[in-house]
Ligand binder design. Structure first.
Ligand code: NDP
Length: 285
């Protein structure tokens, strides 16, 4: 029987620490502020944005809501980002993805001031991660690392396999595990004999987007299994891991929902508070 890694609980702890820091900053007259930009009316994106704004309210972060119509032009979006970059009261900028087709997500990400890049997607943030320098880390992989810390799971010396090589999850995940001294293999859709590669691992992170793909045949007995996947299916939201099949052989496993998802949102709060700290004049924060 595996330890169930409770993302809801760890996320609450992260938000609690962030709230404490918000109170300290308030004593210096600084209120962390996150600008949330939502373009269009995709219901899933709107619901993510609402959850993030609720988290902000709980932690004491001011959230500024910028809802733009789906017809917004690149120029109009660029102008908004420029204005938010220039506004000293705004510490973090989040542009909810995906954007409508006619807008270029890469240029939007690159336009955000790296000092306000609380999503950790800007090339400068990713460059700092590669170089091992301080900077914003993408919230999902940072949340995974925080969960491992909370459960005293030290990746140092472990063989870790990350399945999925996206820029927002898989690649930064592999780099963070490497930074934590794991021996990392990064897998993807062209990996040969994925099951055998995964069976070598002490730690498997699944970030694929394929419901329940990772079954018991991928997992070495006693391995730690982190399921990043969020897949909406007829039976509700399920992960990339077949939880019922894998849980009996893993030593620790994250559930979906209630695992990595809440951590991603909590790390956004932590990053926003960190951005406010960095922006505060010396001695304030
Ligand atoms: P992407 O679609 O950007 O990347 C998926 C990756 O999985 C790709 O690298 C792809 O390989 C790989 N892949 C796809 N099929 C297979 C396969 N059969 N075997 C091996 N590898 C495969 O997804 P994201 O990284 O954005 O998201 C991954 C999952 O995590 C999704 O379910 C998403 O909803 C979820 N997610 C959850 C978050 C959370 O907060 N919990 C946050 C962000 C994402 P290739 O590169 O070769 O195409």
């Amino acid at each position: 029987m595996a330890t169930i890694i409770d993302g809801v609980k760890v996320a609450a702890e992260v938000r609690g620490r962030a709230a404490e820091e918000v109170r300290e900053l308030a004593a210096h007259g600084v209120t962390p502020c996150l600008a949330v930009v939502l373009v269009g009316d995709d219901p899933a994106s709107a619901s993510y944005v609402r959850m993030k704004e609720r988290d902000c309210a709980e932690v004491g972060i001011e959230s500024r809501d910028h809802r733009l119509p789906a017809t917004t032009s690149q120029q109009e979006l660029d102008d908004l980002i420029d204005a938010l970059n220039a506004d000293p009261a705004v510490h973090g900028i989040l542009v909810q993805m995906p954007l409508p087709e006619h807008l270029d997500p890469e240029s939007v990400i690159e336009r955000i001031d790296p000092a306000k890049d609380v999503d950790g997607f800007h090339p400068e943030s990713l460059g700092h991660l590669v170089r091992g320098l301080p900077g914003f880390r993408a919230c999902t992989p940072a949340g995974v690392m925080e969960m491992l810390r909370a459960y005293d799971i030290d990746p140092s010396g472990m063989r870790a396999v990350v399945i999925g090589r996206s820029t927002i999850v898989g690649k930064p995940m592999a780099l963070l595990l490497l930074e934590a001294n794991a021996t990392v293999t990064l897998c993807h859709s062209r990996t040969k004999d994925l099951e055998a590669v995964c069976r070598e691992a002490d730690l498997v992170v699944a970030a694929i987007g394929r419901p329940k793909m990772v079954d018991a045949s991928y997992i070495k007995p006693g391995a730690v299994v982190i399921d990043v996947g969020i897949n909406r299916t007829d039976e509700g939201v399920v992960g990339d891991v077949d939880f019922a099949a894998v849980e009996p052989i893993a030593s620790a496993i994250t559930p979906v929902p209630g695992g990595v998802g809440p951590m991603t949102r909590a790390m956004l709060m932590a990053n926003t508070v960190a951005a406010a700290h960095s922006a505060a004049p010396r001695g304030q924060g």
